[in-house]
Design a protein around this ligand. Sequence first.
Ligand code: SAM
Length: 289
Amino acid sequence: MTPIEATYELIRRYDVHARKRFGQNFLTDPRVLDKIIDAAEITEDDFVLEIGPGLGTMTRALCEHAGNVLAVEIDYDLADILERELVPLYDNLEILVGDILKQDIREIAESRGKGRPIKVVANLPYYITTPILMELLESRVPLHSITVMVQKEVADRMMAEPGAKDCGAISLAVQYYAEPYLAANVPPNCFTPRPKVASAVIRLKRREEPPVETQDEHLMFKLIRAAFAQRRKTLLNAISNSPELDFDKDTVSHAITEVGLEPAVRGEKLDITTYARLADALSKHYEKR
Ligand code: SAM
């Protein structure tokens, strides 16, 4: 039986009804499954963290390729099915029942992964895409790569060049920490039930060094968030009005000129190097944290 056939069989036998509140859309296309596994470049030395295994479609393929797999599933009923049906088949699989956002991923990497840089693979529930990706990228967990199914629109944003219409704070953040690669576009008919929107598989390979240096990374991301939260405003107004920051207008204006920008520039046009320089120019001044 293929992983997809096995998934349909489990749906029938356990009379599984997808739970909307957990973003459950089960993968049913074998070609997409192959693309995810190929993009993730899993080897037998790897420790893989799978987020939201569902009925174990990808889990089976991951267990065939990886050294160890830890799958974190929030839905108690699905985790129970996995414990009964998959754990006896694979001695390199562990199921953890819980919310991934409440797990200590650093501790997981140390205890289960024994310090190996982890590979995260997931067909992500769309409601937690941004928090989980940012948590993984920003925290200093040993991370090799993240290969995930996300909404197509989110994948496009993660890949967007500075100044492009769909470039947002997440584009700059993702590209600062990782090199994104679009592995596949995935239409709604590759899942059951069908989601309303198109999806895409994206791989984020963690950079060893960030593409630009700044004295205050924390401030740089506050500036980026402020600029994109009010992207129709000038950079000067967006930063001066931000509730996250406490710079007076003169200070901001001075810093904008110091890095060689026009006074009326809008933040959505700028690249990460410019934000790094702006953060350095402003870090000399008082900042409210
Ligand atoms: N991996 C399966 C597949 O490809 O068919 C299921 C993917 S489904 C889009 C998302 C899965 O994530 C579901 O099994 C859901 O119960 C689980 N999930 C949702 N929120 C979660 C959370 N906060 N932590 C862990 N798992 C979660």
